[in-house]
Design a protein around this ligand. Structure first.
Ligand code: ADP
Length: 472
């Protein structure tokens, strides 16, 4: 049995701001009997009370941060067969949101130190610490440079879910928490500390969330300044595509849906009607509905949408956007929706049940990302019979191929160049397939329902990598 401790800043259903939360909620459960995978994460005050009530205390310790010692409570629970551990500190984690604070660097270095200090107190000895994104990047670094004597054989795996977020802080700001004294070259980034860079150099294995993104990261367009480091460590960098939890995203059993549906019945249309009613859009079965459910940030192609939104809304379609993020996009989308009340609805916020109702109601799901490490939404969309319209990048390229109406090959609509008019043209093609050849569109929907993106394949690939790392 191989013991793996997932170290992450979010895990569904305890805390989630994006795809990484989904991954940590689902992947540990996907391993079969060969792996005992557990999760350790911060105990945020935003974790739903119902879940918090199931937590049991394992004790507490004090973590050295600079010249002070901070309290660290350790809690645990068993959620659907997976053991979760939680690091408690009210000063750091009793906040209204997960991220976005002036002291995020300090908060997450505390978390990383607390994880390493807490391991001896757990009823579990990890062979591997599998860390995710910059918030946990100090773990491989500290393990290699400061905790090696305590854990001589422990390996670390670091997964980059998004290279855009690296945890870069002024040396004077976080040096004390890392107990450095000077700025070592494997952390240095233009005179500052880059936590992600430290993890790339220290981890025994670096993974990212799709084979295409693993290659793209070697290119300055995607590498965010660390392309040179990625090229240097490429012999221990692999891309493993994410899956989705198909039992969690199942239109037949999803309690968030107005009318649960199966691919063979005709009830998807009723979900469209219910959403149109809910959003005050004209109730029309024949109008194609295109949706986006996304963080409203540049990465997601919002500037392309903003560029041609009036052209898009000239077509006979309905556009539904659920998201939260940069205020410039929030304001713009709301004001356009205000001007096209019969065609567009923009809901600003993070709303999990509504997101599921939108997937279920939509005919198309738009993801014109500038870059997309993996992307889960396109896979979730297909589960609910919404056809992805994507830009060919990262995981979108690995999961969606262009539909060819002659050969009937392909499962979505794609464009290659990051260009608003290429996107517009692709949307026009999608809409014309919907209106002019409904039988072909129905074939596409059938194909989407039959596409399986569960975790089995990815879990097996991770297992093979873990075994290689441990020399088994
Ligand atoms: P990323 O991790 O880059 O945000 P992904 O496509 O990998 O993008 O995952 C996004 C996840 O977050 C999906 O499960 C999606 O449904 C969900 N999501 C994004 N924005 C919202 C929102 N405003 N409300 C509800 N769910 C959202």
């Amino acid at each position: 049995m191989l013991n793996v401790l997932f170290v992450a800043s979010e895990a569904y259903p305890f805390a989630k701001t994006g795809g990484m939360g989904d991954v940590i909620g689902a992947l540990p459960r996907a391993f079969t009997k060969d792996v005992d995978a557990r999760v350790i994460m911060p105990l945020y005050s935003t974790i739903p009370k119902k879940l918090r009530e199931t937590f049991k205390s394992l004790g507490h310790l004090y973590v050295q941060m600079n010249d002070k010692f901070d309290y660290c409570g350790i809690f645990t629970c068993d959620y659907e067969g997976v053991i979760f551990y939680f690091i408690d500190n009210e000063a750091f984690f009793n906040r209204p949101a997960l991220y976005g604070y002036f002291d995020d660097g300090e908060r997450f270095i505390f978390f990383c130190r607390a994880v390493l200090d807490a391991i001896p107190y757990l009823d579990f000895t990890p062979d591997i610490l599998h860390c995710h994104d910059w918030q946990t990047a100090a773990v491989p670094y500290l393990l290699t440079h400061q905790y090696r004597m305590i854990f001589p054989d422990m390996k670390s795996v670091f997964t980059v879910h998004n290279m855009k977020y690296q945890g870069v802080y002024d040396f004077d700001h976080i040096n004390g928490y890392l107990h450095l004294g000077f700025l070592p070259s494997d952390l240095e980034f233009y005179g500052r500390i880059n936590l992600l860079k430290g993890a790339l150099y220290s981890a025994d294995l670096v993974t990212t969330v799709s084979p295409t993104y693993a290659e793209e990261l070697k290119d300055p367009y995607f590498g965010e300044g660390l392309e040179g480091v990625i090229r240097e460590i490429s012999d221990r960098e692999v891309g493993i595509i994410n899956g989705i939890d198909e039992s969690c995203y199942d239109p037949r059993t999803d309690s968030a849906l107005t009318i649960p549906f199966a691919d063979s019945d005709n009830k998807k249309a009723e979900n469209k009607k219910a959403l149109q009613k809910h959003l005050n859009l004209p109730i029309r079965e024949d109008v194609p509905m295109i949706s986006m459910i996304t963080r409203l940030v540049e990465q997601k192609g919002l500037d392309l949408v903003a560029n041609v939104i009036h052209e898009i809304l000239q077509m006979d379609l309905q556009l539904v956007i659920l998201g939260t993020g940069d205020s410039v996009y929030e304001d713009l989308l709301q004001s356009v929706a205000y001007n096209y009340p019969d065609k567009m609805s923009a809901i600003i916020g993070f709303d999990e049940p509504l997101s599921r109702r939108i997937y279920a109601a939509s005919d198309f799901f738009l993801m014109p990302s500038k870059f997309e490490p993996c992307g889960l939404s396109q896979m979730i969309a297909m589960r609910y019979g919404a056809i992805p319209i994507v830009r060919e990048t990262g995981g979108l390229k690995d999961t969606i191929t262009c539909f060819d109406s002659k050969t009937k090959q392909g499962n979505g609509f794609c464009f290659a160049t990051y260009n608003a008019h290429d996107m517009l043209f692709t949307i026009q093609q999608a809409v014309s397939l919907y209106t002019e050849t409904p039988e072909l569109f129905q074939d596409l929907i059938k194909k989407a329902f039959n596409t399986h993106s569960d975790w089995t394949l990815s879990a097996n690939t991770y297992l093979a990598q873990y075994q290689k790392l441990l020399g088994e």
